[in-house]
Design a protein around this ligand. Structure first.
Ligand code: FPP
Length: 230
């Protein structure tokens, strides 16, 4: 969800106003994704590297997250959306953690869509934690090295319960993944738009979906093989 800061600065506003506007896009895109029948939506709200931003921006973002979680509980329930998170949330302020737990518990039974908030998330850190867990299991004799396969690693990531990642959308034009779902992205389609996150609306989401539908996903095979398969 890139481009909040630039969107605000371009209008002579402070960066936090951009994040506030970005939070409104979070609400509308979540609602729209649910309406379109998206099974799971992961939003990269705060990376492990974002802790290095100026203190007032970090605390402003944390406050915004708390406000968002408090205000969205009923909205998520009404739309049958289950909230989960990825990332090391132990670093988040107590109040945000409490709100997060509260909404996760309240929406645990929801089946319409999963909304995964990536908070204090870094993909390398996520993979590292999975590798450590596997190493400990091997050391304890609970897992044999020959049983370590892709599924074994996938099941130890924060996203274990999510379906395969089909599409990654990055707003505001940067051509990089910024430590986001590096394992999961192996065969995902990428859609990068110059539109900033505060300006990313239903029409922009439709454009991303149309681009996704126009792709031929070959998973390493040839186009002819894909066309011949049922
Ligand atoms: C990156 O854009 C965006 C972030 C670090 C924060 C994203 C947060 C939100 C969209 C709002 C809060 C989240 C929720 C779930 C309510 P940037 O600000 O670095 O953009 P720039 O590259 O233009 O400076």
């Amino acid at each position: 969800m890139d481009g909040n800061g630039r969107w605000a600065q371009g209008r002579g506003l402070g960066r936090l106003r951009g994040h506030e506007s970005g939070a409104r896009s979070v609400e509308s895109i979540t609602r729209y994704a649910r309406k379109l029948g998206v099974e799971a939506l992961t939003l990269y709200a705060f990376s492990t590297e974002n802790w290095g931003r100026p203190t007032d921006e970090v605390s402003g973002l944390m406050k915004l997250l708390g406000t968002y979680l408090r205000s969205q509980r009923q909205e998520l329930l009404d739309n049958d959306i289950r909230l989960i998170h990825s990332g090391d949330v132990s670093q988040l302020p107590e109040d945000v953690r409490t709100q997060l737990r509260r909404v996760e518990l309240a929406t645990d039974h929801c089946e319409g869509m999963v909304l995964n908030l990536a908070l204090s998330y870094g993909s390398r850190q996520e993979i590292l934690a999975a590798v450590r867990e596997i190493a400990e299991e091997v050391q304890g004799g609970r897992l044999q090295p020959e049983d370590i396969d892709e599924a074994c690693i996938t099941s130890r990531l924060d996203t274990a319960e999510l379906p395969e990642l089909d599409l990654v959308i990055r707003t505001s034009g940067e051509m990089r993944l910024s430590n986001f779902l590096l394992w999961q992205v192996a065969y995902s389609e990428l859609y990068i738009t110059d539109v900033s996150w505060p300006e990313f609306d239903e029409r922009q989401f439709d454009k991303a979906m149309a681009a996704y539908r126009s792709r031929q996903r070959r998973f390493g095979k040839t186009g002819a093989q894909i066309e011949a398969s049922p």
